[in-house]
Design a protein around this ligand. Structure first.
Ligand code: CA
Ligand code: CA
Length: 355
């Protein structure tokens, strides 16, 4: 057997060792990543219980974090409003990979979404949504043209692949052609829609929008845009200035409540308040904005010394060969975030060692 202590030989070596390793089934787990504006951090919570798991990102050029999404490459993208950039992070460790997208006219980014074409779309305080190459981050300029857009504080591609935008300054939901960026129409309005932030389409095809100034979540027919009224009524469960709205893995609606510093959960069918999912101030949460459910990733730090490196290789091999059956170590070795710890984690583990 070739020695494993040379990094350049690591992949071939580990692959040799681990061929034929059987996979062990596991239930998919999720983490909840929440942008905490006032502390300039992204905090991590157990996606099933809401319990704090500490900071995911702290420092590293992040200032006034708002929009957050998981990219097609599995990495985490976060809008850093006060640095006019979208930063990229290692999903396992939270280590910064630097500013991914910036320039091209973008100011005060608030909302981020990867489009059907794989490129990154970013809305901010301006009058357009900007597009960036989804692989390189290169600026592609303003994507949207026309319409009354003033502050794209929430963006979402619909089931029809068109782009729906919360126009913060005009209290409207605007629709743009998802391929060309040309303005289509004012898709939805409601007297109760004021300072709209995040928006999302539900499994029922309808559109749910956080109405910041009325502290409610409104629902609109996803096809016609007709208002269906408040889905989450004003102040329900203590809701104050909602920003992010996301349907969770359990089918319920999660809403970040900015003024009460928590994340609240509502019945995904009725809108009735269920519980305070992330407790107020938990993990240091202050001024929560956007958030995302992401697959739970192992850190690769098998020996638990808070860094992932060559020192973890023996432990990683022990786990994959069933020499080590400690559940904590097994979870840490699931570095490709698929809820299985097996040979498919080798490539991702090596990438953690050789950036
Ligand atoms: Ca380690
Ligand atoms: Ca895995």
């Amino acid at each position: 057997m070739r020695p494993c202590w040379r990094a350049t030989a690591l992949y071939a070596c580990a692959t040799t060792i681990l061929v034929g390793v059987s996979s062990s089934a596991a239930v998919a787990q999720n983490d909840l990543l929440v942008c905490s504006i006032n502390t300039g951090t992204v905090l991590r919570y157990n996606g099933q219980t809401g319990a704090s798991k500490g900071a995911f990102v702290s420092g590293g050029g992040l200032s006034w974090p708002t929009g957050i999404t998981r990219g097609p490459d599995g990495r985490i993208y976060v809008a850093s409003a006060l640095t006019n950039a979208v930063n990229r992070y290692n999903p396992n460790t939270g280590v910064t990979l630097g500013a991914f997208a910036s320039g091209g006219g973008l100011t005060f980014p608030q909302s981020v979404s990867f489009g059907p074409d794989g490129n990154l779309y970013v809305g901010g305080s301006g009058t357009a949504v900007y597009r960036y190459n989804g692989v390189t981050g290169a600026a592609m300029g303003a994507f949207t043209t026309g319409g009354p857009l003033n502050g794209a504080f929430g963006i979402a591609f619909g089931p029809d692949d068109h782009l729906y935008i919360s126009s913060f300054g005009t209290n409207q939901i605007l629709r743009y052609n998802g391929a060309t960026g040309v303005f289509i129409d004012v898709f939805a309005t409601d007297p109760g829609l004021s300072s709209p932030y995040g928006l999302t389409f539900g499994a029922d095809g309808h559109l749910y929008v956080a109405s910041g100034s009325t502290s409610s979540v409104l629902r609109f027919n996803g096809t016609t845009g007709a208002s269906m009224g408040a889905f989450v009524t004003a102040g329900s469960g203590g809701l104050g200035t909602p920003v992010g709205v996301v349907f969770g893995p359990d089918g319920n609606l999660y809403v970040s409540s900015n003024t009460s510093a928590n994340v609240l959960r509502y019945n995904g069918t009725t809108g009735a308040f269920i519980d305070e999912f992330v407790a107020s101030g938990s993990g240091g949460l202050t001024g929560p904005s956007y958030f995302a459910f992401v697959p739970t990733c192992g850190s690769g730090d098998i020996n638990g010394n808070s860094t992932t490196g060559m020192d973890d290789l023996p432990g990683f091999i022990d786990v994959l060969t069933d020499v080590d059956t400690n559940p904590v170590h097994i979870a840490a070795a699931d570095v490709n975030c698929d809820s299985f710890t097996d040979g498919r984690d080798v490539e991702s583990f090596v990438k953690l060692l050789i950036p």
